[in-house]
Design a protein around this ligand. Structure first.
Ligand code: 3H9
Length: 698
């Protein structure tokens, strides 16, 4: 036994209490401790049953993820589960908090299960690029049937106790101390003469059309393989004797353990948790936030107001004119009625939020009591400075003044106020009440507690907040500008926007760059190109074909025409034949002979452009760590989670080959493909981006 399991006796019941904070992950010491405690209970005179409970906030959150990628250590979890299930004693699991992955698999190996009403169970292994590897795919279908099990395993979703009871996954739901209710249940079972009831001995679930299900799951996963492999494991549960099904599950699990996707997804898991962990925030208390001001009630301002209302803040929104204020109120109510329809809020809550928590005004004086204001007005420095001047005059001392600008200089905005230490950039992504990313843009004079407050606000709003320094486009839009340019260059050289979009969707992006541009509005890029035109380097290649479309008033989806043509009310478009004509004309004027591109080359150039710019962003300190870039791209730009982010992708494919490709592309266009100094240094030192993440965590 180890000190991870406390063993006590309650009459004829042995209680095994798992003590491995914070979430009772099944480390080697816990597995060994459970094994030893089972041995002890079976040898303990008079013991008739075993009750397994978890200490602290969860029953068990699953296998210890930090052990993945290292040599497996005995006792292996599937063997432990078999050993628990085979016990001659009656084994009961009492679940509270979460029972996830291996945690649920331990519970499924017990003979009976009781759960708190607030408990949640799930098999989230697919989110780590894996499948359940300790009998989850074999035991769950024997209790819940194939369809419900496949839904749970391929989605990784957590199921509340009531649903778990319906599914037959738990036998009783009861409120109270987990040990006390577990003991009461075990005593009832003993009194009834209940015998051990191994799930493995229940009949196998009937077959379904496995191949069709496999194909459907593969398609839905957009290239993610683990959910589809889970279908094969559940198929084994239906077709093979239990022990053979377990062997099949183990093989699939070990196969997935070796994949890049497993590495990418586990990187995403830990980075998501590390991203808000900055040394500069240690011990710095955030300012108190109750009321939030929002300037501007367009799509962005209304989205920010909605997010703040849904998270319990009072909101004061300022618009310039009465009609605009009314329209803003309508937009916010529309967003909130979406939440009402999806069952996220009640009608009563909807009424409170729209009538009492929200104030829409045309008078800046309404902001005098707010704790933080986010400005979301037109992207123009003079307009912003005027707004910040007014805010500086009316907002109380200590109120934080934030700009939602996506590229303007936050230092310059801060300098236009008498309180630069209280000024920060809070860059939301549209629609702000849905998108998870928040860039917290720290200007030169921003005070540490203002940064801490930015992160605290992000947390309260359920966002993934990333610290960014000041530069044109901060982390995300700066990198986007570069990989978008790489895509534009490929169009000029002979690839079509449609081939590029498809190649990148096949790589795993939610959408290709040209479909995204149509969705966001082509006028945004057009304005940016005009803004940047005077500062262009003579060697810069800037395609102009799309400007002609903009000049005719075609801005993508919202006008029905862009790279694609859209039928009214439809989101998917068909290629716009004008694009081919415009591109051909530009190629002719530049003397370019179009050449074919393979999908592989498209992805490679796009990714190399992304990684190279990202390495510059990290090298310049705009992003503190490579993982900050990864989380920005994952949560704001539809980057496929199973690659972990562009920096993780580069580590996986090898920084030396990425650099070699960039140097090769530089032989065609030395200005665009200047290799990032940081990338060169890492390659020379034989180090990776992840080494930098680890250095930062020390
Ligand atoms: C599995 O079980 C495979 C088996 O089928 C087969 C094996 C053969 N291991 O998220 P939080 C850490 S695969 C190690 O901030 P919350 C986490 O890193 C596993 N560490 O709290 C963090 O550390 P730090 C299937 C873990 O309340 C701290 O705990 N299970 C693990 O927001 C607190 O976490 C899963 O995929 C772990 N398993 O959420 C569950 N879990 O403080 C993954 C957490 O140093 N975990 N940590 O940053 C979760 O979904 C959430 O962490 C949980 C708590 C819901 C549990």
């Amino acid at each position: 036994m180890t000190d991870k399991i406390a063993y006590t006796r309650q009459d004829d019941i042995a209680v095994l209490r798992i003590q491995n904070p914070p979430v009772n992950a099944l480390s080697q010491a816990v597995r060994q401790g459970l094994w030893g405690a089972m041995d002890r209970a079976e040898a303990d005179e008079g013991v008739r049953a075993v009750l397994i409970v978890g200490e602290g906030r969860a029953f068990i959150a699953g296998a210890d993820i930090t052990e993945f990628g290292k040599p497996p250590m005995e006792p292996y979890l599937p063997v432990l589960c078999t050993r628990i299930e085979a016990s001659p004693l009656l084994v009961v699991a009492s679940m509270h908090g979460v029972s996830l992955g291996g945690g649920l698999e331990i519970a499924l190996s017990a003979h009976y299960r009781i759960a708190q009403p607030s408990a949640r169970v799930g098999l989230p292994e697919v989110h780590l690029g894996l499948i359940p590897g300790a009998g989850g795919t074999q035991r769950l279908p024997r209790l819940a049937g194939v369809e419900k099990s496949l839904d749970m395993i391929t989605s990784g979703r957590q199921v509340k106790a009531a649903e778990a009871l319906d599914m037959g996954v738990v036998d009783r739901v009861s409120e109270g101390d987990p040990e006390a209710v577990g003991l009461a249940f075990t005593r009832d079972l003993l009194a009834e003469g209940a015998k051990p009831r191994p799930v493995s001995e229940l009949p196998a679930a009937p077959a379904i059309d496995w191949d069709a299900t496999y194909d459907a799951v593969l398609k839905k996963g957009r290239g993610q393989i683990s959910p589809a492999k889970a279908v094969r494991a559940v198929q084994a549960a239906s077709e093979l004797p239990f022990a053979e099904g377990m062997a099949k599950e183990r093989n699939l699990f070990m196969e997935l353990m070796e994949t890049d996707q497993r590495q990418g997804m586990i990187h995403a898991f830990f980075s998501e948790r590390a991203v808000g962990n900055l040394p500069e925030l240690k011990g710095v208390a955030p300012r108190e936030l109750k009321a939030i001001g929002v300037i501007g009630g367009g799509t962005m301002g209304a989205g920010i107001a909605t997010a703040a209302l849904l998270s319990g803040f009072d909101v004061v929104l300022i618009e310039m004119k009465a009609e605009a204020a009314e329209a803003a109120h309508g937009r916010i109510s529309g967003n909130l009625s979406g939440a009402l329809k999806r069952g996220k809020i009640s009608q009563e809550k909807f009424d409170t939020l729209t009538q009492r928590a929200l104030t829409v005004s045309t008078d800046y004086d309404a902001l005098k009591d707010v704790d933080l204001v986010v400005e979301a007005v037109f992207e123009n420095m003079d307009v912003k400075k005027e707004v910040f001047g007014k805010l500086d005059a009316v907002c109380k001392p200590g109120c934080i003044l934030a700009s939602n600008t996506s590229y303007l200089d936050v230092d310059e905005i801060a300098a236009s106020t008498a309180r630069p230490a209280d000024v920060i950039g809070l860059h939301f992504f549209s629609p702000a009440h849905i998108m998870k990313l928040l860039e917290v843009v720290v200007a030169e004079k921003t005070a540490p507690d203002v940064v801490a407050t930015g992160f605290a606000l992000g947390k309260a709003l359920g966002k993934i907040s990333v610290r960014a320094g000041v530069c044109d486009g901060f982390i995300g839009n700066r990198i986007l500008a570069t990989y978008r340019t790489a895509a534009d260059h490929m169009v000029l050289d002979g690839a079509t926007p449609y081939q590029i979009d498809k190649a990148l969707v096949d790589f795993g992006f939610a959408m290709g760059p040209f479909a995204v541009a149509d969705l966001a509005g082509l006028d945004i890029g057009w304005m940016t190109r005009k803004r940047k035109a005077p500062h262009r380097h003579p060697a810069e290649r800037v395609p102009t074909y799309i400007d002609h479309l903009c000049e005719e008033g075609h801005f993508g989806q919202k006008t029905g025409e862009g790279y694609y043509l859209y039928e009214a009310g439809k989101r998917a478009g068909v290629p716009n034949p004008k694009i081919a004509e415009l591109v051909a004309a530009e190629q002719a004027s530049l003397g370019i002979t179009p050449r074919p591109f393979t999908d592989e080359e498209i992805v490679r150039r796009y990714m190399c452009a992304m990684v190279n710019e990202a390495a510059k962003v990290v090298g310049e300190g705009i992003a503190r760590r490579p993982l900050d870039v990864d989380m920005t791209l994952l949560f704001g730009y539809g980057f496929p989670r199973y690659w972990g982010g562009p920096m993780k992708w580069a580590d996986i494919v090898g920084l030396d080959t990425v650099l070699a490709d960039i140097e090769h592309y530089a032989s065609e266009d030395a200005w665009f493909w200047q290799p990032a100094p940081l990338l060169k240094t890492l390659v020379a030192e034989g180090r990776t981006f992840d080494d930098l993440n680890k250095d930062a965590a020390k």
